[in-house]
Design a binder for this molecule. Structure first.
Ligand code: ATP
Ligand code: MG
Length: 728
């Protein structure tokens, strides 16, 4: 079988081969990024089918994201000796989809209530019914409930020590009852439902145990207790369970993931075989070196250092642009240049970022320049987001108080149902065609006093926008109805949703800051919306060949020839929430008291590690000097990785490049010059492939005015946005 694999171009190293051959009993593979964990899992599947004659429907492969599951299925289908029929019978799924499959297979007929927005509206409704109107942000309530469920508890277990505790518990118990009464289940219920089913139905569990003879879990470090329990139950008593993971890539602890399960696994199954992989096959040595260097500073980890199997002397590139918009221009310029020169395809590039709203500028540039791209977020522009649209629509009303199209998004912010509100507006307008739709609302029958107040306030806000520059208008609107919500952090157990809203509004303000009148800003927004619709056609034509945009969380397990890590600035990566800037707390609060910031910061560092290790050949890191309207220092993760480079190396680099002006250095030439410093060959007993030692890459601070990607170390100036770099 291994010969067969080799013939199809897959040459496993001895450690990987040992894991593949180990087909009986528990097996743990703990290894760094790009060391071939997923590949080993895929090849082991082939081995089980081809050599051990295991029935394909007896294999259950679980992973974290649907993209990773799809990729796993694809890789299995591409293995030698596997036909499409066999590949189709293997269960390769996400935990969630597996549990859903289980529930449906048992005749569950509930509606999946998975839309966060609908959940929020429902919770607001229930709070009103309990006369606790707006007492708690819905996302906090949901996060609290979720943190209990993934730890095998229910709403009944919620604390009731203080008034706040009791109120939250009351709301959540009501929410649970409402779902039960109306035949709905939400995202977490899918997992708890499957778990309960297995507990209550021994004959079903027995059937599953007989069917799934071999279980494998990828990305094991991001498993939560509930998922782990489900797996343990199905694997027992045979325990043919292989788990692969990397404690350095635990990035879902807000979802209850615990890398401690890796340690627990060894205790639970003392007979478990442990295989360590330490050769990175994904990236060039400088990227492997950077990854090692970034993660080295975490304390809560098992220490491991990866070596690179591949050669290649390209160095990570760094840029410190003035703003996110300059960053985006430089990135898209670079992509265009590379594609025009025939060096790369669009599909070779990925842009990664910490939080979803930070792709605004890059997305705009891609849309404006008609570059095929795919956004793995919700695929919408910032301006289309349901939380941002009302802000824009208030601005529209300020320049045209009879803009009826603006009303549907404004109505919910006044707690008025859309259909009812619009019907009344239309009706009233026939009788009083001169007034604006907001004024018409004042006569809507059945309004409560607080709603009337809100309408009057809103009319006032809209009047006050006249003559403001667009950025000031955004500030004014958010102050009037979003900020109170954003700042309501008092009871917040989980603030990611509010944080997201805040970031989106900051981003909107930044975007608006480029225009000097509300009219011109709105014209730009409309143009973007139109273009985005038009490029949808281009997008679908381009098939796989598109620039990928995704959050670091989504990029886990994936790889790309060239990666841009954008927004590598303090406050963004590490995220403000981990810096304690706004007294944010973490989901596990209800369980463990204040989560420590050190822990949160380590998770941010793991995110940086995941991002850096996605790149195969080229990595571009950039830290805008101004991020969402505020000055931002270079991310501490990069400073700690590069800070120790000496001034001598700056001088050496300057001597090499002295006099060369503008444009990115010629990669071929650069590669040659640098080859002596990076990628020196080492030896390895584990692999026959030549293995290279890693080294910290040299790098460069380009000054704010230099937008070419350059690669020279100049660590002292990293925070000085306006100093010219040696090349300028
Ligand atoms: P991550 O931690 O990011 O999930 P991983 O450990 O799962 O990474 P893989 O995705 O399996 O790593 O492999 C990384 C890259 O290395 C892939 O491109 C894969 O094809 C390649 N690879 C894995 N094993 C080998 C090998 N023995 N020889 C050559 N290439 C390999
Ligand atoms: Mg993997």
């Amino acid at each position: 079988y291994f010969r067969l694999l080799e013939q199809s171009g897959i040459r496993l190293n001895p450690a990987q081969a040992a894991a593949v051959r180990c087909t009986d009993g528990p097996l743990l593979t703990l290894a760094g990024a790009g060391s071939g964990k997923t590949s080993t899992l895929v090849c082991r599947t082939g081995y089980l089918l081809d050599v051990c004659g295991v029935d394909p429907s007896g294999i259950l492969l679980l992973t974290f994201s649907s993209k990773a599951a799809a990729e796993m299925r694809e890789r299995i289908a591409g293995l030698p000796g596997i036909d499409a029929y066999a590949a189709g019978r293997i269960q390769a799924r996400t935990f969630h989809s597996f549990c859903l499959w289980l529930l449906f297979s048992q005749g569950m007929q509930k509606e999946i209530f998975g839309d966060t927005r609908r959940q929020h509206i429902q919770l607001q409704q229930l709070m009103r019914e309990l006369s606790l109107q707006d007492a708690y942000p819905p996302e906090n309530l949901l996060a609290l409930l979720s943190s209990y469920k993934v730890n095998l508890m229910t709403a009944d277990d919620l604390p009731d020590k203080s008034d706040t505790d009791r109120q939250m518990k009351r709301i959540l118990l009501r929410y649970e009852a409402w779902k039960e009464e109306t035949g709905r289940i939400d995202f977490d219920d899918v997992l708890t439902g499957a778990h309960a089913l297995l507990k209550q139905r021994p004959e079903l569990l027995d059937r599953l145990r007989r069917r799934f003879t071999h279980l494998m879990i990828d990305e094991f470090q991001d498993t939560n207790l509930l998922q782990y329990e489900v797996v343990k139950m199905i694997a027992a008593p045979r325990n043919n369970l292989m788990v692969v993971g990397d404690d350095d890539q635990t990035i879902y602890s807000f979802n209850g993931a615990r890398s401690e399960f890796i340690l627990e696994f060894e205790k639970l199954y003392p007979r478990a075989r442990i295989v360590t992989l330490d050769i990175n096959y994904r990236s060039v040595p400088s990227i492997v070196g950077l990854g090692n260097e970034v993660i080295r500073h975490n304390k809560m980890r098992r220490s491991k250092t990866l070596r690179a199997a591949n050669g290649g002397a390209l160095l990570p590139a760094y840029m410190r642009p003035e703003s996110a918009d300059d960053e985006a221009t430089a990135i898209v310029d670079h992509i265009n240049r590379e594609v025009a020169a025939g060096r790369r395809n669009y599909g070779d590039f990925a842009v990664l970022y910490r939080s979803s709203s930070s792709n605004r500028a890059v997305l705009e540039q891609l849309v404006i320049r008609d570059i095929p791209h795919i956004d793995y977020g919700d695929g919408r522009l910032l301006y289309e987001h349901w939380l941002v649209k009302p802000v824009l629509d208030h601005m529209r009303l300020s320049i045209n108080r009879r803009d009826f199209d603006a009303m549907p998004s404004v109505l919910p912010t006044l707690y008025i149902a859309r259909d009812k509100g619009m019907a009344h507006i239309r009706q009233t307008d026939e009788a009083r065609p001169k007034k604006g739709p907001l004024v018409h609302l004042l006569t809507l029958p059945g309004l409560k006093e607080f709603q009337l107040d809100k309408i009057r306030q809103r009319l006032e806000v809209i009047r006050s926008l006249k003559g403001l520059v667009p950025a000031a208008a955004v500030t004014q609107i958010r102050q009037s109805f979003y900020d109170a919500y954003i700042q309501a952090g008092e009871h917040s157990e989980q603030t990611s949703h509010r944080e997201m809203l805040k970031e989106m509004l900051d981003e909107l303000e930044t975007s608006a800051g480029r225009f000097d009148s509300i009219v011109s800003f709105l014209a730009f927004v409309d143009d973007m919306l139109l273009r985005n619709q038009q490029t949808a056609a281009v997008k679908s034509q381009a098939q796989g060949n598109r620039v990928a945009l995704m959050t670091i969380h989504k990029s886990k397990g994936l790889e790309f020839p060239a990666v841009f890590l954008i927004g590598a600035s303090e406050g963004t990566l590490p995220h403000a929430s981990a810096l304690g800037a706004d007294s944010l707390r973490d989901t596990r609060v209800g369980l463990e008291g204040e989560a420590s910031y050190a822990e949160a910061l380590e998770e941010e560092r793991r995110l940086a590690y995941v991002a850096v290790t996605r790149a195969k050949e080229q990595l571009f890191v950039s830290s805008p000097a101004v991020q969402r309207g505020k000055k931002a220092a270079v991310s501490r993760f990069l400073l700690s990785a590069f800070g120790q480079e000496t001034a001598a190396s700056d001088a050496a680099v300057r001597a090499e490049y002295g006099g060369r002006r503008g444009g990115a250095p010629d990669p071929g030439r650069f590669g040659k010059v640098r080859a002596d410093r990076f990628g020196r060959s080492g030896t390895s007993s584990a692999a026959e492939a030549p293995v290279r030692t890693q080294s910290v890459p040299a790098w460069l601070c380009t000054s704010g005015s230099c937008v070419a990607w350059t690669r020279i170390m100049h660590s002292k100036d990293m925070n000085a946005a306006h100093k010219p770099c040696p090349l300028c």
